[in-house]
Design a binder for this molecule. Structure first.
Ligand code: DGT
Ligand code: CA
Ligand code: CA
Length: 580
């Protein structure tokens, strides 16, 4: 959904017009349109396609034209024109709640403040008060506003951070002075959003490594540079901390800086009970201070009487107890995945052909791939009518003839209508190998209605999987209001699967919800929802979420070999027929 993006454009437009002291009515019109776009439950792209943009309060022909332009080109010419001649710094300062265009201009022109960091420093030092219109109280409000801005920019999605972290690791590995490199922190634990990237290395010569690190092309700004510790701001905005440690401390440092803090506190308590002291430097016997472990994580855990615990579990959420009892799960691995069950082609909103998708899946070594394009109600995505779907299925079946090593299956991502019925009649669904049910509109139904809607879909014998079950979009949209437990229990009762959608903006179910599914014994499906071939790669994100949810291979339907997978897909239909 681009609702928020378009809203941001209009808001910025209003700021710029205000800065130029333009007509207050125009300014208000942009603000109002921005607010209504944010509150909109329907996808602005759907409205554009159906030529219904004028149904958005405050959007007339003029603004509708700008929305269409933005959706089509990713730009708004008027906005770019309005920006001309206004320094980027002023625009940045205006983003701080409590700073209007006039103050922004004053701060920029008279005080030479170009960014929020400088603004914060001056506000903290009490150096803003006394400027025209700025009192001690205003200064306080500015600091509050800065906090809000920072919070919003604080965390990056794992899908974005992970590749950045890997790229940095690869760059550091190329340095001759570097012996070991590891990612630590929340990135290693695969949290769905991360505050920063923590890197650890060992090197006999830290000095040139530090120099090389702060000189990497990825570095936007050097925040701190010591002899064994440096922090930079990545060009992509996220902070990166690098530490150099001695090889005999590497395991202890990796354990410590992987966290979580809660997990580490548990470990420290256990160590204390055994007369040991644990720190980022190692495990030491008290009171002599003799080192008993430190070079590897395994020996650190062993020193406190535990087996090694996978990073994804280190949240003090029962993993220490399980480790003590010898009951750590054997977590699912990327290599266990035998197929992708939710992928799009250019028949709807995907970008590639059936053949290209199948080819890419085969190259990944999958045994099967399910092509699941959209159905008619998903108008934004160019959903297919039943008739068009039949023709598409025909093409999918034909594509099978070109591939020997992979089973090509015909499915659909079928809209779940507001009343819980499906977008196609059962007879059409029956022709498909797999049906993934999904909600794409009317997100704001009351809780009871949404719960009934999702349960009813799962009760349909032709629906196999509930896609992106909660509908949340990271940093953009919360989950729908519904009774997750009821829905999970319905899935369990019907032998259906709920999805961990791997799309970096979704990761839905998230770790906590997937753990609940795991506890209730519900089957899971880990699907990429790929629209471009690159996205097949995001399977690793979904697997990471599953691991954080304690999920083992046997709980995930797409770890089944093709025959067994198809038998599962048939089973609900067979049961339904038998019951009739
Ligand atoms: P983030 O960056 O907010 O996504 O989360 P983390 O877990 O990466 O946190 P970060 O970067 O502040 O610190 C990395 C790890 O260092 C953290 O997971 C555990 C460890 N750590 C940091 N501060 C403390 C502390 O005060 N006590 C203990 N025991 N460990 C800490
Ligand atoms: Ca971190
Ligand atoms: Ca950190």
């Amino acid at each position: 959904m681009k609702n928020f993006e378009v809203a941001r454009c209009f808001d910025l437009m209003a700021d710029l017009l205000e800065l130029k002291s333009e007509n207050p009515f125009r300014i208000r019109a942009y603000r109002r349109a921005a607010q209504n776009l944010e509150a909109l439950t329907e996808d602005v792209e759907a409205l554009a396609r159906e030529e219904r943009l004028d149904e958005i309060p405050g959007v007339g022909a003029d603004l509708a034209g700008k929305i269409v332009e933005y959706l089509r080109t990713g730009r708004m010419k008027d906005l770019e024109a309005a920006r001309k001649g206004i320094p980027a710094g002023v625009v940045e300062l205006m983003n701080v709640p409590g700073i209007g265009p006039k103050t922004a201009r004053l701060l920029h022109e008279k005080e030479g403040i170009k960014d929020i960091a400088r603004l914060e420093a001056l506000a903290r030092a009490g150096k803003l008060r006394g400027l025209p219109g700025i009192q001690a109280k205003t200064e306080k409000n500015i600091l509050k506003g800065i906090e809000i801005v920072k919070k919003g920019q604080e965390r990056m999605s794992l899908g974005k951070a992970l590749p950045l972290a890997r790229e940095l690791v690869a760059a550091l590995e190329r340095l001759p002075e570097v012996k070991q490199v590891e990612v630590a922190g929340s990135v290693r634990r695969c949290k769905d959003t991360v505050g920063d990237i923590d890197l650890l290395i060992t090197s006999p010569r830290p000095e040139p490594v530090m120099q090389a690190f702060v000189s990497l092309p990825q570095v936007g700004e050097v925040l701190e540079r010591g002899s064994t510790k440096a922090s930079i701001r990545h060009r992509e905005g996220i902070q990166v901390d690098l530490r150099v440690v001695e090889p005999e401390c590497f395991g202890a440092a990796l354990q410590y800086f992987t966290g979580s803090k809660q997990h580490n506190i548990r470990l420290r308590e256990m160590a204390m009970k055994n007369g040991l002291k644990i720190s980022e430097y190692g495990v030491f016997k008290e009171p002599t201070g003799r080192r008993v472990a430190g070079a590897t994580e395994e020996e650190v855990y062993a020193a406190v009487g535990l087996p090694w615990i996978p990073p994804e579990l280190r949240e003090d959420a029962g993993e220490v107890e399980a480790a003590l009892a010898g009951r750590l799960p054997t977590l699912i691995e990327l290599g266990d995945i035998r197929g992708d069950l939710h992928c799009h082609t250019n028949a709807t909103d995907g970008h590639h052909t059936i053949e290209a998708l199948v080819q890419a899946a085969a190259q990944r070594g999958y045994d099967y791939i399910v092509v699941t394009d959209h159905t008619k109600s998903a108008t934004v995505a160019g959903g297919l009518t039943a008739e068009q779907m039949r023709a598409h299925v025909h093409k999918i079946r034909a594509a099978q003839k070109k591939f020997k090593d992979i089973t090509v299956l015909a499915g659909a991502e079928c809209d779940i209508l507001p009343d819980g019925t499906m977008d196609y009649p059962d007879a059409v669904l029956a022709e498909l190998d797999l049906v993934v049910g999904a909600v794409h509109g009317r997100f704001k139904q009351p809780k009871a209605e949404m719960t009934r809607r999702l349960c009813r879909a799962l009760e349909n014998p032709y629906v196999h999987i509930l896609a992106h079950p909660t509908g949340r979009l990271l940093g953009e949209r919360g989950p729908y209001d519904f009774d997750l437990d009821r829905v999970l229990k319905t899935a369990k009762a019907r032998g259906k699967a709920v999805e961990i959608n791997c799309h970096p903006r979704r990761l839905d179910l998230n770790d906590v919800h997937a753990r609940r599914a795991h506890e209730l014994g519900v089957l899971l499906a880990i699907d990429t929802d790929a629209h471009v071939l690159d996205q097949l790669e995001t399977m690793q994100l979904g697997v990471a979420i599953a691991r954080r949810a304690w999920v083992e291979k046997a709980e995930v339907v797409n770890t089944l070999p093709a025959k067994k997978f198809l038998a599962w897909a048939e089973s609900a239909r067979t049961r339904a027929k038998a019951a009739r």
